[in-house]
Design a binder for this molecule. Structure first.
Ligand SMILES: Cc1ncc(COP(=O)(O)O)c(C=O)c1O
Length: 448
């Protein structure tokens, strides 16, 4: 967008440096906008969607954003105090406690090891808000933040436009696996010029829908230990667990790598960012959580440490959003009080997404077009196909105009490919979706 109207209105030259540089990325919103108008198959929407009947027996076939039915009544009969009053800056104490228990439950076999490390979660405005707070707290202007090259596009606005940091990437995959060596090299290079490094890890990943295999995790943790020992410097790891729990592969690690990073080394500081948006299909609730994994043997009184972290982060929250929606927090406390019901409802959604992912993987694997390389995917909401010899944007445009099928293309640095959001495509449409992609690639490869 050229912001001509702002220029003509004499506002542009009044803007701060951030005001001048910040803008919503055109790519994704352009494709979402076109999809709404032009597509019959829409694989651009990053929320789990489909016919309501797919998740609730007896419901109509009308497409909806999937939701957990028991969250609806959680809002009914909230006391006025839980609806109209301000929430505490760092979140309702009952939610903070309940979320901590939820984290420990999610980390199942690692629970006892993580428990002494885990701080009380601080409630944030979604995971986006949590990421923003963490980056603000740890990243200075011009400082490098390391990330795999497949990353959620919003990281750029958070780290670069808002904070003035710089994201440097390494290739996500080494063959079919997460690129542990590439990550290690990039961190060591970064630490040659910085006193510490911040690493962002997002599994299951947006846009590649990948969760490392179980046997990758020890190597990943060891690589980070080697980095901090070789450099004698610290690494802060922002563990973006937005899609935690959506796993369709028994060989993938079945819980967040936060567990493995806790107490891995005294110079490794993992920060877990999770939240209700995807985990409880409550995108509009805008509730996330930020928790630290501190070494268990740290010789500092825990209460004091918690109070000081609350103070620092509370100051950022109070000076930006003040606090997070109270009624949503109160409803989540109720929902977490009947977790077995909530999780049974969520399992329906996970099963629906697993069927879509498995079908999509099978059909893409059968295709074997030299120009289309589906990257490994086993979790989350998305899959990504690298495209060779054809512009990804031209492919997405052709798919839309000729086949009324919408995907989001990425052309950035060495990445040229399309993201397919299977989370929003009903299983019945997946064969047609794959056929459209294959036909469009075939058309463009043949020059038609
Ligand atoms: C990787 C990743 N992290 C964080 C978020 C944001 O989550 P929230 O809606 O809780 O802010 C998203 C949303 O698309 C995402 O893909």
């Amino acid at each position: 967008m050229e912001f001509e109207a702002l220029k003509k209105a004499g506002i542009t030259n009044l803007l701060s440096t951030l005001g001048k540089s910040i803008s919503l990325p055109q790519g994704i919103f352009y494709w979402l906008g076109r999809a709404k108008k032009e597509a019959d198959i829409n694989a651009t929407i990053g929320s789990a969607r489909g016919p309501e009947s797919e998740i609730i027996d007896g419901a109509p076939d009308t497409p909806v954003t999937f939701y957990l039915p028991s969250l609806r009544p959680a809002f009914a009969g909230l006391p006025s105090e839980d609806t109209f009053a301000y929430a505490p800056i760092t979140g309702l104490p009952d939610l903070r406690k309940a979320w901590r228990n939820w984290i420990l439950r999610k980390l199942h076999d690692a629970r006892d090891r993580v428990d002494p490390c885990l701080t009380l979660p601080i409630i944030t405005p979604g995971i986006t808000g949590g990421l923003h707070i963490a980056v603000k707290l740890f990243v200075d202007r011009d400082e490098v933040v390391v990330s795999p090259d497949r990353l959620w596009g919003n990281y750029r606005n958070i780290v670069e436009r808002n904070i003035g940091g710089r994201i440097e990437t390494f290739p996500f995959f080494d063959g079919e696996r997460f690129n542990v060596r590439g990550m290690q090299r990039k961190l060591l290079d970064t630490l040659e010029n910085q006193s510490k490094a911040v690493l962002m890890l997002n599994f299951p990943n947006n846009p590649v829908g990948y969760l490392p295999r179980r046997d990758t995790i020890p190597a990943l943790v060891q690589a980070l230990i080697d980095v901090v020992e070789t450099s004698n410097k610290s690494v802060i790891i922002l563990v973006d667990d937005a899609y935690e729990g959506y796993i369709y592969d028994p060989d993938a690690v079945q819980r967040s790598i936060f567990a493995d990073l806790c107490d891995a080394h005294r110079r490794i500081l993992p920060i877990k960012l999770d939240g209700a948006s995807k985990e409880f299909l409550f995108y509009g609730g805008r509730i996330g959580a930020l928790s630290f994994g501190l070494p268990a043997a740290l010789d500092v009184p825990r209460d004091q440490l918690q109070a000081e972290l609350d103070n620092k982060i509370g100051a950022i929250i109070r000076s930006t959003v003040s606090n997070c929606a109270r009624s949503v927090q109160a409803a989540l406390v109720k929902a977490l009080g009947q977790l077995d019901t909530v999780l049974a409802e969520r399992q329906n959604v996970i099963d629906v997404l697993a069927r879509r992912a498995n079908l999509l993987r099978t059909l893409l694997a059968e295709a074997r077009l030299p120009q289309l390389k589906p990257l490994p995917f086993n979790a989350g909401f998305f899959c990504f196909c690298d495209v060779d010899g054809i512009s990804a944007e031209a492919l997405a445009d052709h798919l839309m105009t000729r086949y009324r099928t919408a995907v989001v293309p990425t052309e950035s640095g060495k990445v040229n490919g399309i993201r397919i959001a299977f989370c929003s495509v009903p299983e019945t449409q997946i064969p047609a979706l794959v056929q459209a992609v294959l036909s469009a690639v075939g058309d463009l490869a043949a020059g038609s």
